[in-house]
Ligand binder design. Sequence first.
Ligand code: GLU
Length: 417
Amino acid sequence: MTDNPYNSMLHQFERAAKLLGYNESDYKTLKYPERELKVSVPVKMDDGRIEVFTGYRIQHSTTRGPCKGGIRYHPDVSGNEVKALAAWMTWKCSLVNLPYGGAKGGIRCDPTKLSERELKKLTRRYTAAILPLIGPEKDIPAPDINTNAEVMGWVMDTYSMFQGYTVPGVVTGKPLQIGGAAGRLEATGRGVQFVVERFLKKIGRDLKDVTVAIQGFGNVGSVTANLLYNCGAKIVAVSDISGGKFCSSGLDISDILKYTEESKDNIKNYRNPDAVDISNAELLELDVDLLIPAAQESQITKENVNRIKAKYIVEAANGPITFEADKILEERNVPVIPDILANSGGVIVSYFEWVQNIQFLLWDEEYTNDMLEKIITRSFEEIWRLSEEKGVSFRVAAYMIAVSRVVEAKKIRGIFP
Ligand code: GLU
């Protein structure tokens, strides 16, 4: 059983359901996704070859509202992974009390090997293939690993062409010019920042005295690194898929960002006399105060968990710690701020974008950021309180809140027919 992310998800959720005193019949349906769609996505490549990619859109739950969740482009995408990610969206949306269920989509592909034309064709054909499932009142995709605002714009346009009119609310994380929300791009990282600040305040530590290692330098990792750096945190290590850099006196994050943005190159090729090379595995095992995994799932497993030296972990990625590794960290009393809270800033601001789209309203960025802080902080406080009251980890407390909302909604709705 292990490193299967769906099994990790099931363990987390069933543990909370049992602690809440539910019978299996109260939550049994939530062990299964409501709908799974697997599609073949043919693309005529630039060299004339036909390539057929495999795509998914999986809806875990619609109990509390339309489905919500990103679309991932990655060579590791599989049905099992998308299924787990879809369920995590259900718990995340419930935890921060958004009126959504959870879904996820993905295409098994290596986007670094595709031209922009191929990427656009892939996205449009995939959108056409999942068309029966998506819509502003049904299921609303968003960016995830290797997808961005531009890709969301293609999804929105393709969907709109089939409808015969413009439907901005079918997807979030769009470019600002076509209904995107100011602040959405930075939202996940900003949410991580709010959670880190709140947590450190609770335990009486100052961000400026804390050493931080961040795994992953995509949208979430890079924005988190930048925001924490600007608040004075000492970020001693960062990494991307190519490897990472370490500097015990702190890295110059603005310089690294400038390098990766301007050169479109990986962190590995960034040169600075103070920064030494480090692998992703080494980064995870550094002796730091705060470790922020911000890449993919199953990074901390039973294989490496005993070498993890960080005092606190904030999960900016989805599912970076397997269930077994999590149990060991819990026994060692290492506080872990769980993904469903820590990275919820993205979907919270996606919700704001959707609310604006379906009402044809426009909020300014300051208001968006204030509302994000309010929602994520409220959830943090709820988790903190429940964890103290019940003597359980932050993850268990978060799941107890999330699962109880979905199960109670399910009970009220009943099982059809
Ligand atoms: N992909 C992001 C996540 O995993 C955002 C989802 C959304 O905004 O719908 O939370």
